[in-house]
Structure formats: C-alpha cells, structure tokens
Design a binder for this molecule. Structure first.
Ligand code: CA
Length: 232
C-alpha cells in the first residue's frame, strides 16, 4: 500500500483526507508540526506528501525547502494545499519545488486524481545510506561517523548537526535555522547552545583530521574545505 503523508493542522480536514485516502487503499500518516513531519518523512519515506501552506512552527514553504534539501527525501512528490486565489503563493510554492498545487476548498475526487498522477511520478525511493564529505563518512543506517578509518564518537545532537551540514556542503546555516531544525520547538534553547555543540563536534572530528567546520562571523556555520586555517 502506498503511504501518503498528510501535513495539515486542521484536524477535521486531515481526518477527511485520511478517510478518503484509506477508502482508496492508501496508508495514511498525519502530522501537524513541521519538525516532527520532517523526522517522520525521513523515517517512513512516503510515496506522496500533501502539504498545507499555513502551519504552526514551520510554514509549508519552509517544510518544502527542507524536504528538497535532503538527499534521502528530496524526490518525493509534494502536493501543496493553500487558500483560494493565492496566486502569489502558487508561484512561490512551485518555484520552491512543489510538484502540484491544490487550492482550498477543493473537491475530494480532484485531490484523489492529483495524488494518483503524482504517485506515477514518484520514483522508487531508495534511501540514502551514507553521506560523505572529504574523509568524513556518515553511515545513516548505523548512525555512525568515521573519519578515514577512525570511528568518531558523537552525541545525538552533534550527529544531527553534522548530518544537516553534510547534506549541503558549503552552505552557511544560521544559528536560528540550526536551532529550529536540530532542536525543534524547544523554545528554551538559546543560540549560544549551537556554539557549544559545534565546539564539541569540532573537537570530536578534528582528532582525526583537519577542521572543515567553518565559522561565518555573526552568521552561522558550514562544512567547507575553505574552513582550513580559520580560528573559531
Ligand atoms: Ca493550516
């Protein structure tokens, strides 16, 4: 049974979709919050994602950008839902990588037809098993990191930080973005916490090779070979 992930915070609508999708023989997962949704997508690899635009925490467009930035899930078709007549949203959604677009209120048969079309486009989802940057290798199945032949012991937060950096080498991530995506909706974490965990990550990695974590002053961090020779 193909799995459809519905990311929608209006419970009545989510349940209506679930009911109709299950009637058509799909398996359905519902999520209402962005960070949990991303974790769930990475875990379950749905064949199609139905994504609402207006959501608490992360917006639909932010979630879409996150999906498209992650090698293991970026090819999953995404159908965006939005309020009627938001032509501007439609353009933004499509340029951010949405595969299809349905405006609310929509007819259930129409949405079902769109899902079928997008399922045909859905590639065989082959999970990415590892990420590599220079001599750093992250085994995503075993959740282990190696530098050359050496095992690098990382805590879960350092692991998630490194994963995000390795998914987009040379891209600079702001502290705020890292907080939001690595720590999720825990509002009690302050941005200095990012620095503490980056320091730990550096320490663990640099035991076996050069420093590839780049500090971008007043901005954030990246993984980059240009980091060499920089001071923290
Ligand atoms: Ca909503």
């Amino acid at each position: 049974m193909p799995l459809v992930m519905v990311i929608e915070d209006e419970e009545a609508l989510a349940l209506l979709l679930k009911y109709n999708l299950e009637k058509e023989g799909y398996e359905v997962a519902i999520e209402s919050h962005g960070n949990r949704a991303i974790a769930e997508i990475e875990q379950r690899l749905p064949q199609v994602i139905i994504l609402d635009w207006m959501l608490p925490e992360l917006s639909g467009i932010e979630i879409l950008k996150l999906i498209r930035s992650k090698p293991d899930i970026k090819n999953i078709p995404v159908i965006m839902l939005t309020a009627k007549g938001q032509e501007e949203d439609k353009v933004r959604g499509l340029s951010a990588g949405a595969d299809d677009y349905v405006t609310k209120p929509f007819s259930v048969p129409e949405l079902m037809a769109r899902i079928k079309t997008n399922l045909r486009r859905s590639p065989e989802i082959l999970p990415v098993k590892e990420l590599v940057f220079e001599d750093i290798r992250m085994d995503l199945v075993e959740k282990k990191v190696f530098r050359g032949e050496n095992y690098v012991h990382l805590g879960p937060t350092e692991f998630r930080l490194l994963k995000l950096l390795m998914e987009s080498p040379a891209k600079v991530f702001s502290r705020e973005y890292l907080l939001k995506t690595v720590w999720g909706d825990n509002i009690y974490v302050e941005s200095r916490t990012v620095d503490v965990h980056i320091r730990r990550l550096r320490k663990a990695l640099n035991e076996f090779g050069p420093d590839y974590i780049r500090t971008v002053r007043a901005t954030g961090y990246a993984i980059d070979t240009h980091a060499l020779g920089e001071e923290d």
